[in-house]
Design a binder for this molecule. Structure first.
Ligand code: ADP
Ligand code: MG
Length: 296
């Protein structure tokens, strides 16, 4: 039977006066690819580090692969790509990846991790001489070196060029296609949309949406119906099918809707003197900023 790869229950965590997590529940099933999406400061890194047992929650519990998070880390069942982490500078890339792979049960082939991260040709290069993007590729190689069941990646594509991003996602997808689990933090909606089965939208340390990319996009996106109407009644417009948000400025009316066809049909039936109708799709990135930015 498939269990949960990750379980957070009522997790809170503050840093002094700052509430980084304000009561988060999250279950990630084995085989799922989940994006933890949110703006800077939303609590993504705190959530991942509590989930991994690297930071203690103030309250609540974290379980990884059915046990204590640190136990799963120690036994090599979890691969981690932290947002910020130092690397040994004086060793060669190949030596570092081999050393890390050698610490895991079964001693997986380090060449596989080097290939997965696209850094075979850097194997003899000292880590201290690498560029930022190359270092990020090395971190990714270390993350997959132990052939883990669960991947936890914090903003993994930061600093990577197009080729590096493609290699990273190809490797993650190859793993999840074989039933492995991946949880990654990102502040890019498109990245979450492209690579996750499920998006957990975090803002101000709380989960504000949790669903498939289509469900989350429907929440933040949809269409805007604009028109001119004298004496518009916002309450009446809010009652039209599909309408999620109404704004009226003089004669200028804007309706945010998840179903513009249904909204328009009902609008014309209800208000005969609607003029100058336009339908525009809401830009997803800006809608996302509106949804998450309004909270603290
Ligand atoms: P994200 O990864 O989504 O950008 P973080 O989890 O890093 O968010 O941070 C959440 C909040 O907690 C932010 O307001 C951040 O400034 C604060 N924070 C994070 N780490 C610390 C720390 N070590 N000390 C004090 N405040 C912190
Ligand atoms: Mg972070």
């Amino acid at each position: 039977m498939k269990g949960n790869a990750l379980e957070l229950k009522a997790v809170t965590r503050a840093y002094g006066q700052v509430t980084a997590l304000g009561g988060v529940d999250l279950d990630v099933a084995e085989g799922e690819t989940v994006a933890v999406l949110g703006p800077n400061g939303a609590g993504k890194s705190t959530l991942l580090s509590v989930a991994l047992g690297l930071r203690a929650p103030d309250a609540g519990t974290a379980t990884v692969l059915g046990g204590a998070p640190l136990e799963a880390l120690r036994t090599g069942r979890v691969g981690v790509l932290p947002q910020e982490s130092g690397l040994l500078e004086d060793v060669r890339v190949g030596e570092l990846v081999s050393a890390v792979a050698g610490m895991y049960p079964g001693r997986p082939d380090p060449g596989r991790a080097l290939r997965a991260a696209g850094i075979e040709e850097l194997a003899r290069r000292p880590v201290g001489r690498l560029s930022g993007g190359q270092r990020q590729r090395v971190r990714f190689a270390l993350c997959v070196a132990g052939d883990p069941e669960l991947l936890v990646l914090d903003e993994p594509t930061v600093g990577l060029d197009v080729t590096g991003r493609r290699a990273l996602w190809q490797e993650i997808r190859a793993r999840t296609a074989r039933g492995r689990t991946a949880v990654f933090a990102t502040h890019y909606l498109t990245e979450a949309d492209d690579y996750a089965d499920r998006i957990v939208l975090l803002a101000g340390g709380r989960v504000v949406a949790d669903g498939t990319p289509a469900e989350v996009k429907a929440l933040v996106g949809g269409n805007e119906v604009r028109f001119a109407l004298g004496g518009a009644d916002p309450a009446e417009l809010e009652g039209l099918p599909g309408v999620r948000h109404v704004s009226v400025t003089g004669r200028d009316v804007r309706l945010r809707t998840g179903d513009s066809d249904a909204t328009l049909r009902a609008l014309f039936a209800a208000c005969a003197d609607v003029r100058d109708v336009r339908v525009e799709s809401v830009d997803l990135e800006s809608a996302f900023v509106t949804l998450t930015g309004g909270r603290d």
